[in-house]
Design a protein around this ligand. Sequence first.
Ligand code: ADP
Ligand code: MG
Length: 258
Amino acid sequence: MPHPLLSVEDVSKSYDGFKAITNLNFYLYEGELRTVIGPNGAGKSTFFDLITGRAKPDKGKLDFGTDPAASHDLTELNEYEINRLGIGRKFQTPSVYTEHTVWDNLVLSLKGPRGVFASLFHRLTSTDRDRLDDILKTVRLDAKRDWKAGLLAHGEKQWLEIGMLLAQDPKVLLVDEPAAGMSDDETDRTGDLLLSLAGKHSLIVIEHDMAFVKQIAANGVVTVLHQGTVLCEGKFDEVQSDEKVREVYLGRGKHGTR
Ligand code: ADP
Ligand code: MG
């Protein structure tokens, strides 16, 4: 077994005495697409807050890097430094620049300490241009590159935001409930998109929609969070038939269908 890219060990985080995350252990391997599910309030988004440095753990380890001799202690770094290491996050609601074109949104997301003005008027290198062209195709927005982002459909905005994340060329993509509010067709395409990114990138995808989870977890591992800790981990079928999981999550029938 190779060394994990991300190691989370015995991590806890409380808010005013409420334990949002409790003794969490989690390992992500390079190139993996991991799906994280769990009922509302299970601590899924808090887990992302801890990885990205938005929140700091009360205890435990968060290490990043496949070389144990040169791994980064994420608890010592701020949000900006963690992002620069190659950990990118997509929040649930799209936050694109609605008045700018699809293309300019990608340009604005390129790595580098540039302001909006400098980014848009700075000449792109041909390497950057080619990369952004590839990203546009990957997120299927090449035909809409000159559209104002505000005019895109909800699903397209989500894809643009995934494209903006890709423009930063992250090692790890953290994606929080990408299928929320999408049509079945958009959901299906989003699944294909995320699957196409695995291997080249490592991904953790938080999701509720079980049809979608089944699609993206076809070859991967599903982690079930409950009350801030791992309840169960395994292949989709194993997790789905696990009694504990059925009790706390699937058995409620709330998220079982779409
Ligand atoms: P999930 O994403 O699984 O629905 P969250 O991680 O958002 O769950 O929340 C887990 C629990 O932690 C919730 O009870 C929530 O109210 C609490 N929590 C999360 N972030 C904060 C915060 N910044 N301040 C106070 N409580 C928080
Ligand atoms: Mg959440």
